[in-house]
Design a protein around this ligand. Sequence first.
Ligand SMILES: [Fe+2]
Ligand SMILES: [Fe+2]
Length: 320
Amino acid sequence: MKLKKLFHSAVQHGIDADPRGRKTVEKLLKKQKDGAAKLSGTDKELFDEERLWNPYSDSRVINGTGEEDIKTLMVGIDIETAEILVADRLREHGEKIDALMLHHPEGRALGDLEKVMPLQVDMLALVGVPVNQSENYLRPRMDRVARAVHADNLFATERVAELLGFPAFNTHTPADNLVWKFIEKTVCGREFDDLGEILNALLDITEYKYYAKKGIPPIIANGSKGSRPGRVVATEFTGGTNGPEEFLEAQASAGVGTILSMHVTEKSLEKAKEKHVNMIQCSHMASDAIGMNLMLDLLSKEEKNLKTIDVSGFVRVKRK
Ligand SMILES: [Fe+2]
Ligand SMILES: [Fe+2]
């Protein structure tokens, strides 16, 4: 399958699993399109055409024309210069690698990371936090993220991929939407007597078991194995990066008892302790691997001969 088509499909799968729902996402895209049509001069020149169809500013084709035929992907949670050099060595040894598929963004996808964060407002609305509250808590956090990535050396990986001739693309929020939906359905939707039971449920998922065997199991960041969970949510799985710590307070007020998270910030943990909200830190790499696996399962339905070479935290697990 052509790179362009593969990436287009990945974005569509992300929309199908989006906490906002497809209708809302399409409405947002239409607004962007209408806004773009009114641009002129430098604003028009600098407008990112991707925004007309792809609602995920943190996911894009990083290198390539899109016309490349893709069957074998090197897949990594993070792919940077080192992994691309490995790809080049493997190619020297006769391995065929048609493209690199990254999870965490590089290049402009990283530069525009904060623009996917408003999705968090809708995700929190699903657990009962009023949108006016979360929107105002989110804005300063988005500004901080934007300023931080703005100062980064963003295009180093992209340049190496270009020099060594590797098409590359990343799926960040589209894959995170898939794992969010999966955890909501397979874990949060069930009844648990205590947090220990939740840990066991997580360990029934292959990627968590794989990482647990390597010494990185899901851990309780706040609460204990015997703690009662109350309402369990997975509000720290998608939306670009962690939300502000005020989200903890807002969720506690909305009746959330336990938050499942890919990674817990110290500030959020402090708030969780203050508000007696249990927090489970599921392994970050395992969680991201689940999202990428779910994405690859969907893409494999369209490209039957899709093969992967796993690097940088990723381990391929196929689901029916
Ligand atoms: Fe992720
Ligand atoms: Fe991640």
